[in-house]
Design a protein around this ligand. Structure first.
Ligand code: SF4
Length: 112
């Protein structure tokens, strides 16, 4: 969701909320040189990687993306089920801090 605020000359303001569709994101991204869009300039598989290291790398690459805010807003709105969007990792529609490696956690990772 994109939030816009219109402040009039009389000092009153109007706040509007606009949903960001995937189509709008693609339209906006099409106006930008592909070299400036990390998920187009790099291997797109990184944004849906299994490896936690690769996921963190994709998140870091997103930070320089000119459409990052729109991408993140749209992914939140759509409740993306999977992948890195707007510099955040989504799982089942919510942002999670980091991807866990496969398998059981190590015993020494558990607080005593
Ligand atoms: S912010 Fe969105 S469009 Fe930009 S690189 Fe990341 S996933 Fe791609």
């Amino acid at each position: 969701m994109t939030i816009s605020e219109l402040v009039r000359t009389d000092g009153t303001a109007e706040v509007t909320f606009q949903e960001v569709t995937l189509g709008q994101l693609h339209d906006e991204a099409d106006r930008v040189d592909d070299d400036l869009l990390p998920c187009r300039a790099n291997n797109p598989e990184l944004w849906f990687a299994e490896s936690p290291h690769d996921v963190e790398f994709a998140k870091a690459l997103c930070l320089d993306c000119p459409v990052r805010s729109m991408c993140l807003d749209g992914a939140l709105e759509r409740r993306e089920p999977w992948g890195v969007w707007g510099g955040q990792l989504f799982l089942q529609g919510v942002v999670i801090p980091r991807k866990r490696p496969r398998g059981r956690p190590r015993k020494n990772d558990v607080a005593a």
